[in-house]
Design a protein around this ligand. Structure first.
Ligand code: SAH
Length: 287
């Protein structure tokens, strides 16, 4: 066991897994804010010999693993998938060299993150794996924008969609008519590039152009930006605002909840209260 592991704070009832040599742990880093990392991911960071990370993993998170070799394996959307095989085989190689390999991905590794493909290749090559789920941008990113992905009076289901497939095109396997008919609230990953096409497909299939929509870019990071719009105008509004990826698109009435729950904007004019009878009002001063 290495030192960094033994200093990991013990939490009652949890035996922190020991990273064994020759294993690959596939972990989600959450949508951006380092505080949204899971404790299992932190435990992994502290023990890893090598970290293979993606474009959307914030550098502050990697700073928690100064002992580890850090290898960038970023792919930004739409590139041919040949490189994916190289990444998977590189992971196999590193594991066979006897390293503790942390494969760190943005959000959750199994949500539009190719974690399944990498896991499969590793298992096929006899490399043992552990999966560490993360907070996906389509849930946590929207929460930071004050949009609850479900809300009892609004929706009883939510549909997660990717805006492009391996070729970089809108996925041909998607039945937009069925999505338009069935999805109460739609959360679209990688949707900005083809937002024009996506919005048109939904409108042609009968969705209402005045339906509320939101675009959240760089969610949970200091660069987070939220645009509130409608299905009918979102493509034009995105172009006009010159929004840059990564972005999550949300279409549906849950966007309206932002009026009540936009907690980040509220916090700016928020007068902290210190009238908690137990004196827990203001943690910054308490310490
Ligand atoms: N596994 C990731 C998704 C990977 S696909 C997850 O679970 O979140 C990459 C896409 O995720 C981006 O193109 C964007 O649509 C979305 N995404 C990831 N991080 C984001 C962020 N901080 N803000 C907005 N969108 C984000």
């Amino acid at each position: 066991m290495n030192d960094s592991h033994s200093t990991f704070p013990a939490l009652p009832g949890n035996d922190w897994p020991v990273f064994q040599l020759g294993w690959v742990w596939l972990a989600g880093a959450g949508p951006g804010d380092p505080g949204l990392l899971t404790l299992h991911a932190l435990n992994a960071l502290r023990q890893a010999d090598v970290i293979v990370y993606d474009a959307l993993v914030q550098s502050a998170i990697l700073d928690w693993a100064p002992q580890a070799e850090q290898i960038y394996a970023g792919k930004r959307g739409g590139k041919p998938s040949a490189k994916q095989r190289d990444i998977s085989l590189h992971l196999v190689e590193l594991a066979r060299a006897g390293k503790r390999v942390l494969r760190l991905k943005g959000g959750d590794p199994f949500v539009f993150g190719r974690g399944g493909e990498e896991g499969q290749t590793l298992v096929q090559h006899g490399v043992p794996i552990r999966i560490i789920p993360g907070i996906s941008a389509g849930i946590g990113g929207l929460a930071y924008a004050g949009i609850p992905v479900t809300h009892r009076d609004v929706n009883q289901s939510v549909t997660f969609v990717t805006g492009h497939d391996q070729t970089g095109d809108t996925p041909s396997s998607l039945n937009w008519k069925a999505i338009a008919d069935g999805a109460q609230v739609l959360v679209i990953y990688m949707g900005m590039k083809h937002v024009d096409r996506i919005a048109r497909a939904l409108l042609e299939a009968g969705r209402d152009p005045s339906e509320p929509a939101a675009v959240v870019t760089s969610a949970t990071t200091p660069d987070q930006h939220v645009l509130e719009t409608t299905l009918g105008t979102m493509a034009a509004d995105i172009a006009e605002a010159n929004l840059q990826p990564p972005s999550i698109l949300c279409i549906g009435r849950s966007v309206l909840m932002r009026q009540a729950l936009d907690w980040q904007s509220m916090a700016q004019g928020f007068e902290p209260r210190n009238d908690d009878p137990l004196g827990r009002g203001r943690p910054a001063e308490a310490s």
